[in-house]
Design a protein around this ligand. Structure first.
Ligand code: FES
Length: 218
Protein backbone atom coordinates (compact mmCIF):
# COMPACT_ATOMS: atom_id res chain seq x y z
CA UNK A 1 0.00 0.00 0.00
CA UNK A 2 0.97 3.42 -0.37
CA UNK A 3 -0.45 6.27 1.54
CA UNK A 4 -0.35 9.93 0.80
CA UNK A 5 2.86 10.80 2.37
CA UNK A 6 5.44 12.90 3.98
CA UNK A 7 8.43 11.85 6.09
CA UNK A 8 7.74 9.84 9.22
CA UNK A 9 7.05 11.94 12.28
CA UNK A 10 7.47 9.28 14.88
CA UNK A 11 10.15 7.00 13.54
CA UNK A 12 10.15 3.58 11.93
CA UNK A 13 8.50 1.80 14.85
CA UNK A 14 5.45 4.01 14.64
CA UNK A 15 5.43 3.59 10.90
CA UNK A 16 5.56 -0.17 11.20
CA UNK A 17 2.84 -0.18 13.82
CA UNK A 18 0.61 2.08 11.80
CA UNK A 19 1.18 0.01 8.69
CA UNK A 20 0.22 -3.09 10.59
CA UNK A 21 -2.80 -1.32 11.94
CA UNK A 22 -3.90 -0.49 8.43
CA UNK A 23 -3.56 -4.15 7.53
CA UNK A 24 -5.61 -5.08 10.54
CA UNK A 25 -8.13 -2.47 9.58
CA UNK A 26 -8.75 -4.08 6.26
CA UNK A 27 -8.95 -7.52 7.77
CA UNK A 28 -11.20 -6.38 10.58
CA UNK A 29 -13.64 -4.83 8.19
CA UNK A 30 -14.10 -8.19 6.55
CA UNK A 31 -13.24 -7.00 3.11
CA UNK A 32 -10.61 -9.66 2.90
CA UNK A 33 -10.42 -13.17 4.20
CA UNK A 34 -7.58 -14.03 6.50
CA UNK A 35 -5.78 -15.55 3.54
CA UNK A 36 -6.25 -12.38 1.55
CA UNK A 37 -5.00 -10.38 4.49
CA UNK A 38 -1.79 -12.35 4.57
CA UNK A 39 -1.30 -11.57 0.91
CA UNK A 40 -1.49 -7.87 1.47
CA UNK A 41 1.93 -6.33 1.31
CA UNK A 42 0.91 -2.80 1.83
CA UNK A 43 3.70 -0.33 2.30
CA UNK A 44 3.45 3.22 3.44
CA UNK A 45 5.54 5.24 1.11
CA UNK A 46 7.85 7.59 2.88
CA UNK A 47 6.55 6.78 6.35
CA UNK A 48 3.36 7.68 8.03
CA UNK A 49 3.29 11.36 8.78
CA UNK A 50 0.29 12.59 6.88
CA UNK A 51 0.18 16.06 8.25
CA UNK A 52 -1.64 19.09 7.09
CA UNK A 53 -5.14 17.89 6.62
CA UNK A 54 -7.35 20.90 6.73
CA UNK A 55 -10.97 20.77 7.59
CA UNK A 56 -12.79 23.99 6.98
CA UNK A 57 -15.17 24.25 9.86
CA UNK A 58 -18.73 23.73 8.80
CA UNK A 59 -17.78 22.95 5.23
CA UNK A 60 -15.62 19.87 5.30
CA UNK A 61 -17.22 18.25 8.26
CA UNK A 62 -17.09 14.85 6.69
CA UNK A 63 -13.45 14.48 5.99
CA UNK A 64 -11.64 13.55 9.15
CA UNK A 65 -14.44 14.74 11.33
CA UNK A 66 -15.56 11.42 12.67
CA UNK A 67 -14.17 9.82 15.80
CA UNK A 68 -15.25 6.47 14.46
CA UNK A 69 -13.52 4.57 11.72
CA UNK A 70 -14.98 5.14 8.26
CA UNK A 71 -15.62 2.18 6.04
CA UNK A 72 -12.85 0.67 4.01
CA UNK A 73 -13.72 1.15 0.35
CA UNK A 74 -12.18 -0.14 -2.85
CA UNK A 75 -11.87 2.77 -5.25
CA UNK A 76 -9.97 1.31 -8.21
CA UNK A 77 -8.67 -1.93 -9.65
CA UNK A 78 -5.50 -0.08 -10.57
CA UNK A 79 -4.07 3.42 -10.68
CA UNK A 80 -1.05 3.92 -12.91
CA UNK A 81 1.58 6.70 -12.76
CA UNK A 82 0.16 9.91 -14.14
CA UNK A 83 -3.43 8.81 -13.58
CA UNK A 84 -6.01 10.27 -11.25
CA UNK A 85 -9.42 9.17 -10.08
CA UNK A 86 -12.38 11.07 -8.70
CA UNK A 87 -14.27 9.14 -6.08
CA UNK A 88 -16.50 9.62 -3.04
CA UNK A 89 -15.25 9.04 0.49
CA UNK A 90 -16.02 8.54 3.32
CA UNK A 91 -19.64 9.15 2.38
CA UNK A 92 -21.28 9.27 -1.01
CA UNK A 93 -21.55 13.06 -0.91
CA UNK A 94 -17.86 13.55 -0.05
CA UNK A 95 -15.84 14.30 -3.16
CA UNK A 96 -12.30 13.00 -3.17
CA UNK A 97 -9.46 12.51 -5.61
CA UNK A 98 -6.70 9.91 -5.84
CA UNK A 99 -3.55 10.59 -7.81
CA UNK A 100 -0.54 8.53 -8.77
CA UNK A 101 2.52 10.65 -9.37
CA UNK A 102 5.06 9.68 -11.98
CA UNK A 103 7.43 8.34 -9.32
CA UNK A 104 4.73 5.98 -8.09
CA UNK A 105 3.63 7.95 -5.05
CA UNK A 106 -0.03 7.40 -4.31
CA UNK A 107 -1.96 10.23 -2.71
CA UNK A 108 -5.56 10.88 -1.81
CA UNK A 109 -7.32 14.08 -0.81
CA UNK A 110 -10.66 15.63 -0.25
CA UNK A 111 -11.64 17.32 -3.50
CA UNK A 112 -13.55 20.05 -1.69
CA UNK A 113 -11.62 23.31 -1.61
CA UNK A 114 -10.93 24.65 1.88
CA UNK A 115 -11.75 28.17 0.68
CA UNK A 116 -15.37 28.14 -0.47
CA UNK A 117 -15.88 24.46 -1.20
CA UNK A 118 -15.48 24.46 -4.97
CA UNK A 119 -14.37 21.25 -6.61
CA UNK A 120 -10.61 20.74 -6.61
CA UNK A 121 -9.23 19.24 -9.81
CA UNK A 122 -6.08 17.29 -10.52
CA UNK A 123 -4.07 19.07 -13.21
CA UNK A 124 -1.23 16.95 -14.48
CA UNK A 125 -0.16 19.76 -16.80
CA UNK A 126 0.53 22.27 -14.03
CA UNK A 127 3.65 22.64 -11.91
CA UNK A 128 6.65 20.34 -11.99
CA UNK A 129 4.66 17.19 -11.26
CA UNK A 130 1.04 18.30 -11.38
CA UNK A 131 -1.09 20.28 -8.96
CA UNK A 132 -4.38 20.11 -7.18
CA UNK A 133 -6.14 23.12 -8.61
CA UNK A 134 -9.28 24.99 -7.63
CA UNK A 135 -10.54 27.03 -10.59
CA UNK A 136 -12.89 29.22 -8.57
CA UNK A 137 -10.21 31.54 -7.17
CA UNK A 138 -6.97 29.99 -8.43
CA UNK A 139 -6.31 28.00 -5.30
CA UNK A 140 -3.43 25.55 -5.62
CA UNK A 141 -2.48 22.66 -3.35
CA UNK A 142 0.73 20.62 -3.33
CA UNK A 143 0.32 17.19 -4.89
CA UNK A 144 2.42 15.43 -2.24
CA UNK A 145 1.25 17.15 0.90
CA UNK A 146 -2.07 18.83 0.15
CA UNK A 147 -0.65 22.06 1.55
CA UNK A 148 -1.74 25.36 0.06
CA UNK A 149 0.88 26.72 -2.35
CA UNK A 150 -1.10 29.61 -3.86
CA UNK A 151 -4.40 31.41 -3.68
CA UNK A 152 -6.90 32.05 -0.89
CA UNK A 153 -7.53 28.59 0.63
CA UNK A 154 -6.84 28.89 4.37
CA UNK A 155 -5.93 25.29 4.99
CA UNK A 156 -4.45 22.24 3.35
CA UNK A 157 -6.73 19.66 1.83
CA UNK A 158 -7.86 16.88 4.13
CA UNK A 159 -6.24 13.63 3.10
CA UNK A 160 -7.78 10.30 2.35
CA UNK A 161 -5.56 7.41 3.40
CA UNK A 162 -5.07 5.03 0.52
CA UNK A 163 -3.79 1.49 0.54
CA UNK A 164 -2.64 -0.49 -2.47
CA UNK A 165 -2.80 -4.26 -2.42
CA UNK A 166 -0.53 -6.66 -4.22
CA UNK A 167 -3.02 -7.03 -7.04
CA UNK A 168 -2.84 -3.30 -7.65
CA UNK A 169 -6.26 -2.47 -6.30
CA UNK A 170 -6.53 0.77 -4.37
CA UNK A 171 -8.54 1.16 -1.18
CA UNK A 172 -9.55 4.15 0.90
CA UNK A 173 -9.16 3.28 4.57
CA UNK A 174 -9.53 6.51 6.49
CA UNK A 175 -9.04 10.25 6.65
CA UNK A 176 -7.03 12.66 8.73
CA UNK A 177 -7.65 16.15 9.99
CA UNK A 178 -5.57 19.21 9.46
CA UNK A 179 -2.22 18.86 11.18
CA UNK A 180 -2.71 15.24 12.10
CA UNK A 181 -0.11 12.60 11.37
CA UNK A 182 -1.31 9.27 10.07
CA UNK A 183 -0.68 7.83 13.48
CA UNK A 184 -2.78 10.51 15.13
CA UNK A 185 -5.56 9.98 12.63
CA UNK A 186 -5.51 6.26 13.13
CA UNK A 187 -5.47 6.65 16.89
CA UNK A 188 -8.53 8.88 16.72
CA UNK A 189 -10.49 6.82 14.24
CA UNK A 190 -9.45 3.32 15.19
CA UNK A 191 -8.23 3.53 18.73
CA UNK A 192 -11.61 3.80 20.36
CA UNK A 193 -12.91 0.70 18.65
CA UNK A 194 -9.66 -1.23 18.52
CA UNK A 195 -7.70 -0.73 21.75
CA UNK A 196 -5.30 -3.48 20.73
CA UNK A 197 -4.32 -1.50 17.66
CA UNK A 198 -4.27 1.71 19.63
CA UNK A 199 -1.79 0.25 22.07
CA UNK A 200 0.35 -1.08 19.25
CA UNK A 201 0.37 2.36 17.69
CA UNK A 202 1.40 3.94 20.94
CA UNK A 203 -1.76 6.03 21.09
CA UNK A 204 -1.90 8.25 24.18
CA UNK A 205 -3.86 6.62 26.97
CA UNK A 206 -4.41 3.42 25.07
CA UNK A 207 -4.09 -0.02 26.52
CA UNK A 208 -5.11 -3.42 25.20
CA UNK A 209 -7.59 -3.62 28.06
CA UNK A 210 -9.40 -0.61 26.74
CA UNK A 211 -8.30 2.09 29.16
CA UNK A 212 -8.50 5.46 27.55
CA UNK A 213 -10.71 4.22 24.78
CA UNK A 214 -14.42 4.41 24.34
CA UNK A 215 -15.40 0.84 23.82
CA UNK A 216 -14.49 -2.59 22.60
CA UNK A 217 -15.72 -3.72 19.23
CA UNK A 218 -18.06 -6.67 19.60
FE1 FES B 1 -11.23 27.24 -4.08
FE2 FES B 1 -11.88 29.75 -3.66
S1 FES B 1 -13.18 28.05 -3.58
S2 FES B 1 -9.98 28.96 -4.20
Amino acid sequence: MSVTEQPPADGPEAADAAQEALHDRIAADSLNTRRDYLRIVATVSGGLAIGGIGVASGILHRHGDSDGAPEVKKIADQLLPGESLAFRYPEQEDRAVAIRLEDGTLAGYSAVCTHLACAVLWRNDRGSEGELYCPCHEGIFDARTGEVTAGPPPRALPKVLLVEETDGSVWAVGTTRSGESVQEGLCRQLGADRPDLAERLGCPGASAGGAGTRSERT
